[in-house]
Design a protein around this ligand. Structure first.
Ligand code: NAD
Length: 355
């Protein structure tokens, strides 16, 4: 019998907690968990997430608008869960540079609180399986390629604020692995590389939604530096598909996994790809980092994951091409009718000239 989300002992749907579930990745994960028949509780303070990312009403969805720490000490204190996905965080280097105190506090304190809660949140106060969202930023400015999960991290000075995001995520990982070792919490760490797709906002410096929004307006696409920085972009719907499979595999507990695409593209090529797919008249404008980032800001030239561990553990075959993701993101931005673009993206996919 396929697992339809029912708990065989109680016949009740499995209960899942998603922190940051109104955010970009979290809301897609909720879509998937609800489609599986899970009963989903979302805690989100809507600082960067949007309530409209989730279904307005759904009999298996409960939404708690709250800081995660307050929810754990309040309405959730005596609740039990079969799975916990911790995605709430201050996300992205730009947000961290703008308000480092709150970003560092949010990332470290929330994860600490969630792991303490997970240690007793399962049935009869047993530990509940918990997935902790980390970031490729954890590799820092290592020049190795591709990145393997056990590689060294290389950070800049503490006087350069941007490294605090990487360090806060690294502390989250240390905590998750320590709770697994010391308190037998079935914890999995996922290091997300650039995750993109519908509902993503460009306001926090995320490159693809910025490009897509500009292209839809035929406005210039701003590329920082010389555009040769290499990144790998994975559709969020492919990313969320693999998360429950990792958390439900006992062999994955106590381990760290890269999650993303391993197909590299330069930022300049990405800008031109967006223009092409969206048939935009935009120009590409090269600007120095200093125009938008503080003096001393360091960007990384190349960030490519090894996906060997992920593929060995649970298998991973992304379904969405970059062109399809661009079209779907454009549609979600909803600035103009892009339905005509669908067919050309499909054509590009079938010719295999994407990603
Ligand atoms: P997001 O900003 O859309 O989602 C984060 C969510 O957390 C938002 O809905 C926000 O309102 C919520 N939140 C923040 N602080 C909170 C608090 N104190 N209490 C309750 N809710 C709070 O970002 P995302 O891209 O969906 O990121 C999800 C996770 O994935 C984060 O942990 C992030 O660090 C990680 N990540 C994302 C990417 C990416 O490419 N999108 C890359 C690496 C890592």
């Amino acid at each position: 019998m396929p697992d339809r989300g029912s708990n065989p002992t109680t016949k009740h749907p499995r209960r899942v907690l998603v922190t940051g579930g109104a955010g970009f990745i979290g809301s897609h994960l909720c879509d998937q968990l609800l489609a599986e028949g899970r009963s989903v509780v979302v805690v989100d303070n809507l600082s960067t997430g949007r309530r409209s990312n989730l279904p307005a009403t759904h009999e298996d969805l409960s939404f708690i608008e709250s800081d995660v720490r307050e929810a754990i000490l309040g309405p959730l204190t005596h609740e039990t869960f079969d799975e916990i996905y911790h995605l709430a965080a201050a996300v992205g280097v730009k947000l961290v540079i703008d308000d480092p105190i709150s970003a560092i506090d949010t990332n470290v304190e929330l994860t600490s609180a969630v792991l303490r809660f997970a240690a007793r949140a399962g049935p009869r106060q047993s530990p509940a399986p918990v997935l902790i969202a980390s970031s490729s930023e954890v590799y820092g400015k290592s020049t190795k390629t591709p990145f393997h999960e056990d590689d060294d991290s290389v950070y800049g000075s503490t006087t350069i604020t941007r490294w605090s995001y990487a360090c806060s995520k690294a502390i989250d990982e240390f905590l998750a692995l320590a709770y697994h070792r010391q308190r037998a919490v079935p914890a999995v760490v996922t290091r997300f590389f650039n995750t993109v797709g519908p509902r993503q906002l460009g306001e926090y410096g995320m490159v693809l939604p910025r490009f897509v929004a500009a292209a839809l307006d035929d406005a210039p696409l701003t590329v920082h530096g010389d555009g040769t920085q290499i990144r790998c972009f994975c559709d969020v719907r492919d990313v969320v598909e693999v998360l429950p499979r990792l958390l439900r595999a006992p062999a994955c507990h106590g381990r760290v996994f890269n999650v993303g695409s391993d197909t590299p593209i330069s930022i300049l090529d990405l800008a031109n790809r967006v223009k092409l797919v969206l048939k935009s008249k935009s120009s590409v404008k090269m600007v120095p980092y200093a125009a938008d980032y503080p003096v001393g800001f360091e960007d990384l030239l190349r960030r490519v994951p090894s996906l060997d561990r992920l593929r060995d553990a649970v298998g991973f075959e992304p379904r969405f091409s970059l062109d399809q993701t661009i079209v779907d993101l454009a549609e979600s931005i909803n600035r103009r009718d892009v339905s005509a673009l669908q067919s050309s993206a499909h054509t590009a996919v079938s010719k295999g000239n994407t990603r």
